[in-house]
Design a binder for this molecule. Sequence first.
Ligand SMILES: Nc1ncnc2c1ncn2[C@@H]1O[C@H](COP(=O)(O)OP(=O)(O)O)[C@@H](O)[C@H]1O
Ligand SMILES: [Mg+2]
Length: 299
Amino acid sequence: MLLMDREESVATVREVRAAAAPKASGAIADSAETGRIAADTVGDITAKNPVFSVRRANVFYGDAQALFNINLDVGRNEVISLIGPSGCGKSTFIRCLNRMNDTIESARVTGDFRLDGQDIYARDMDVVMLRARVGMVFQKPNPFPKSIYENVAYGPRIHGLAANRSELDDIVYGSLERAGLVDEVKDRLDEPGTGLSGGQQQRLCIARTIAVNPEVILMDEPCSALDPIATARIEDLIDELSQKYAIAIVTHSMQQAARVSNRTAYFHLGRLVEVGPTDKIFTNPSHKLTEDYVTGRFG
Ligand SMILES: Nc1ncnc2c1ncn2[C@@H]1O[C@H](COP(=O)(O)OP(=O)(O)O)[C@@H](O)[C@H]1O
Ligand SMILES: [Mg+2]
């Protein structure tokens, strides 16, 4: 009798849980090639054709640990959104991918970060070259205090990508075109980049990034300082750029993540809780923490 009661109550609890969507914190799914990795991320952390493979990443600021054992691939031609509450480590994570954390004195990064199979923290890695291959667009547009032309020409020039002025002109024009800015600025290339509107400045920063032929573009909340129209322009641009580049974008807007990305990674308190196809993460997440966040119960 007692046993039956218990079974009934367990069944009831199960039904209630099922009705509220059953959430589990399952083991990490990893592919046979890379072997299983002990971690608590739910979902497939691998990408079929990875440009980036991150394994066992930990980041500390002084004694405080900001990221715990992160394993994640970024695929070629993939847009991956990184979402999660403020302070969960999204910026810290993408800064690892082009060694921007090197510029923070207290930061210490451990783990394995491979770009095309190459260890980006290797002693002989040329960090200037790395940051050309893995470009970054920040929250606040940050054009150099130079002309529109010089903003875009700067990178190709220091990397010796143009043999002469006419080749440089082509790179500048082509980059502005791909950034969807050329029509607005072609008659005033000598004017300061800082004189453009916020949305135009952000597209100028994107033009500057793509002028050096990156493989990956990192974007840290690139639209949070922009109005809805400028935001829509950037989102369209992300869509076009994804034909050619891998893009990892941090966003506070779940609508934006849903609109622009194929895959979404949910971070929480320095851990990568869940990763999966964007529509799954937003409509049928497997982890309770992800569900709470995407349904607005936490954030
Ligand atoms: N430069 C820094 N020095 C010390 N702690 C930092 C620094 N940057 C971030 N942190 C800490 O690391 C954690 C993750 O921060 P961050 O990566 O900025 O999160 P998010 O981008 O998700 O808001 C937070 O606890 C934050 O306070
Ligand atoms: Mg951040």
